[in-house]
Design a protein around this ligand. Structure first.
Ligand SMILES: Cc1ncc(COP(=O)(O)O)c(C=O)c1O
Length: 470
């Protein structure tokens, strides 16, 4: 072989290679079981990757939620936990970090993102009110519905098209929103539920211009905007790269500017904030804060711990500052893109452009012979596990659940299997292995059969549903 022809992956992609801004200090061994053992494990798990034991998984791409690696500084912070019931110093460090980097006035810790979703939904939704949002998220929509709200999808149409290369597929379609306000009246809109980036659309970002226009429209009608800031740091990178006027601004500056156009935010700290558990809710309005501070005691804990140990709040406060470093975000999203580039080169159908936290395999194009009622994305996740012990998850008809009024299945346009990359955990070689396994099951796709659901839980069914092969 002519050695002068050997190229790094960066050179092959016609760019300079990037590298992680950290080195490894501690490792956790991985274990790969045999194909026969995987068959048994998957069958016992009812073909649902959420029901697998993690010891039976080789590379775990189920989620980026709480699965990241903390830094040595965060682990040091754990030792500085002030486990007082009230007024822990770690709470004040967390409050200060949220104020510094996200810019909101009042902060409440919660045990994780859905705890914050519950509080904001209960505090601001009156039964029967509409909650327009840029695509639904499973737990977010459920809390909105449990508070009596009616979710309405007002994302741009391109978000539902896996092949559209729109640079900001998370944008709100302002005409759809305006039509809803006109039809129902602004008093019947609880708030706009804005997510940056949009998980269910494939980790797709919202542009600053879209947010500014949304702010102008909502101001006209006296409607608040609350932000799901779970992956907003990643959204800031896309703004920096793709939006005019932002290439010279830091991630931290963009994040703060973005949040400055909203009235409050909630977060699952298990993603951007680089912790294994934790969340928070932050608002600017004094009166609303009083209400939330009262509610948090009922569901989470006193307002200075909200269901978290002091040490967890300290790790999150440190994680917030680490997460907004430009080199961190670039390498985090860079690793996701690296995997995406390999798959695109091999003509494997994925959602494009590649988003911030995951590669979404397009199960409709992967398995065109499997109808949506036979769970093509669930099937894909099962096949990937059988091939190599890689755990992914379904984001399609099983995740979409049923209409809360009619009981009919939601039938989402997007039928996806998500390969979610934990932060600071896996290497480029792991990504190569994942890509090779996807290619292997793609080559066998015509022989693959779908699934039928044999057990369906009432809430968030995708977590615990069971399936059988057809
Ligand atoms: C966009 C988004 N919002 C909210 C949540 C809920 O957060 P948690 O899992 O911490 O309850 C998640 C978690 O996956 C998420 O991805």
């Amino acid at each position: 072989m002519d050695k002068s022809k050997i190229q790094t992956m960066g050179q092959q992609a016609k760019r300079r290679s990037w590298a992680e801004p950290w080195k490894i200090k501690m490792v956790e061994p991985l274990r790969m079981i045999s194909r026969a053992e995987r068959e048994k494990a998957l069958s016992e798990a009812g073909f649902n990757t959420f029901l697998l034991k993690s010891e039976d998984v080789y590379i775990d791409l189920l989620t980026d939620s709480g699965t990241g690696a903390m830094s040595d500084r965060q682990w040091s912070g754990i030792m500085l936990g002030d486990e007082a019931y009230a007024g822990s110093r770690n709470f004040y460090n967390l409050e200060s970090a949220v104020r510094t980097y996200y810019g909101y006035k009042h902060v409440l810790p919660t045990h994780q993102g859905r705890g914050a979703e519950n509080l904001i939904s209960q505090a601001v939704i009156k039964p029967g009110q509409y909650v327009p949002g840029n695509m639904y998220f499973t737990t977010t929509r459920l809390h909105q519905e449990m508070a009596g709200g009616v979710f309405v999808d007002v994302i741009i149409d391109e978000a539902h098209e896996p092949e559209s290369t729109h640079p900001f597929k998370g944008n709100v379609n302002l005409e759809k929103l305006e039509a809803l306000i006109k039809r129902e009246g602004s008093g019947n809109i609880a708030y706009v539920s804005l997510a940056g980036t949009v998980n269910m659309a494939g980790g797709q970002p919202v542009s600053m211009a879209n947010l500014k226009a949304l702010r102008a429209l909502t101001n006209k009608h006296g409607i608040k905007i609350y932000l799901d800031a779970t992956r907003m740091v990643e959204n800031a990178l896309f703004i920096q790269e793709r939006e005019e006027g932002y290439s010279g601004k830091s991630i931290a500056e963009i994040l703060k500017e973005f949040c400055g156009h909203t009235d409050g935010a909630w977060i699952s700290g298990k993603k951007d904030n680089l912790v294994n558990i934790g969340g928070w809710l932050a608002v600017n309005d004094n009166e609303l804060f009083e209400e939330l501070r009262n509610l948090v005691v009922v569901y989470e804990g006193l307002h200075t711990y909200g269901g978290l140990a002091g040490r967890d709040m300290e790790a999150m406060a440190i994680g917030i500052a680490e997460a907004v470093q430009d080199e961190h975000v670039r390498s985090r999203v860079g690793q996701v893109r690296y995997l995406g580039e390999l798959l695109v080169n091999w003509k494997i159908p994925i959602v494009q452009p590649v988003g911030g936290h995951a590669i979404f395999l397009d199960a409709r194009r992967f398995y065109p012979h499997i109808p949506q009622e036979q769970f093509p994305a669930q099937t894909l996740a099962a096949e990937l596990y059988l091939d190599s012990g890689i755990r992914s998850m379904e984001r399609g008809i099983a995740s979409a659940g049923r209409d809360s009024k009619t009981g009919e299945n939601h039938r989402p346009k997007l039928e996806l299997a998500r390969l979610t990359i934990p932060r600071r955990v896996y290497t480029q070689a792991h990504m190569d292995l994942v890509a090779e396994s996807v290619l292997a099951i793609y080559s066998e796709r015509e022989k693959t059969r779908g699934l039928r659901m044999v057990y369906e839980p009432k809430y968030l069914r995708f977590f615990q549903a069971r399936f059988e092969r057809l």
